[in-house]
Design a protein around this ligand. Structure first.
Ligand code: PEP
Ligand code: MG
Length: 298
């Protein structure tokens, strides 16, 4: 693995027919930042911020979050660092927030739904992101978007935070804004969403579970066949989302498990995806696979 990493570390891969593909890393803890850098990742395609909120008694402060986001942004310089806002739900309670009992937490109060309802949780994160954006190429994405109004509301909250920070004389910058496309509703309205964002990142883990109506947490082999991103329905959704992105001239990536899957990388690139974000251990292999692809032969 180390040798493979070293061999590909500085390569910005292109397919044989000349399409440049960004290979980025997913990170979900401070330790993974070092792994991402060592892997030769060309940026961070998904920074899961949940670790800052879990396994503690109180919510992280704005300053704590600012320090964590600024550190990752600075480590990648002008390379993109895509930070996802808090994505917890009924199954993962937040300290100090009474989680309602839900029969189906994955269809419940989670992700952006919860954040929009809890400004006391969401606003410190948005302020921290606006402040950290000064230190690098931060791009912010909202998870679990199902209707365009959620995006508008989140953006308005972010804009209000920016005005606040400026009034306080705190250095800040509005980052690029994107959405995770991981609900069938977002896939079906990708044209409407694309008109209002700077990028899409397709969350194939949830998009697969919701498209196939097959629980991603259910380990039974009876379901495993359905809960796979290589099902035609999921690949068609990816194509539809990529087409909608291209029609508006915005970039589209994949940050679910499929992005690092050797069998799926060719399919995703063929569909028009130009960024793949994965666990650091898969970065070098993905670069090699992309370099061997020839779409003119496909
Ligand atoms: C996804 O849903 O594909 C994704 C990347 O997010 P998570 O696995 O954190 O839900
Ligand atoms: Mg998800």
């Amino acid at each position: 693995q180390r040798r493979l990493d070293a061999e590909w570390r500085d390569v910005a891969p292109k397919t044989r027919d000349g399409r440049a593909i960004e290979i980025a890393a997913n990170i979900g803890s401070p330790a993974e930042l070092d792994k991402a850098i060592a892997s030769g990742a060309m940026g961070v395609g998904l920074f899961r911020t949940e670790f800052l909120f879990m396994e503690r008694r109180s919510l992280p402060t704005e300053d704590e979050q600012y320090a964590a986001y600024a550190k990752v942004a600075a480590a990648f310089g002008d390379r993109p660092v895509v930070i996802r806002t808090l994505d917890v739900g009924g199954d993962k309670p937040l300290p100090g927030i009474a989680a309602p009992h839900e029969e189906n937490p994955f269809l419940g109060w989670r992700g952006i739904r919860m954040c929009l309802d809890l400004p006391a949780v969401f606003k410190p994160q948005l302020r921290a992101l606006l402040r950290a954006a000064v230190h690098g190429n931060i791009q912010v994405m909202f998870p679990m978007i199902a209707v365009v109004e959620e995006l508008r509301e989140a953006r308005a909250m972010m804009e209000a935070c920016r005005v606040e920070l400026e009034a306080e004389g705190v250095p800040c910058k509005m980052p690029a804004i994107g959405v995770m496309v991981e609900t069938p509703a977002a896939a079906f309205t990708a044209d409407l969403l694309a008109a209002e964002v700077d990028f899409f990142s397709i969350g194939t883990n949830d998009l697969t579970q919701y498209t196939m109506a097959a629980d991603r947490m259910n380990p039974h082999p009876r379901l495993a066949r359905l809960c796979r991103a290589d099902n035609t329905a999921v690949l068609r959704a990816v194509k539809m989302i990529a087409d909608a992105a291209h029609a508006r001239g915005i970039w589209v990536g994949v940050c679910g498990e499929a992005a690092g899957d050797p069998a799926l990388i060719p399919e995703l690139v063929k569909a028009g995806v130009t960024e793949l974000s994965m666990s650091p251990s898969r970065v070098a292999r993905a670069k090699r696979i992309v370099s061997e692809l020839d779409l003119s032969q496909a």
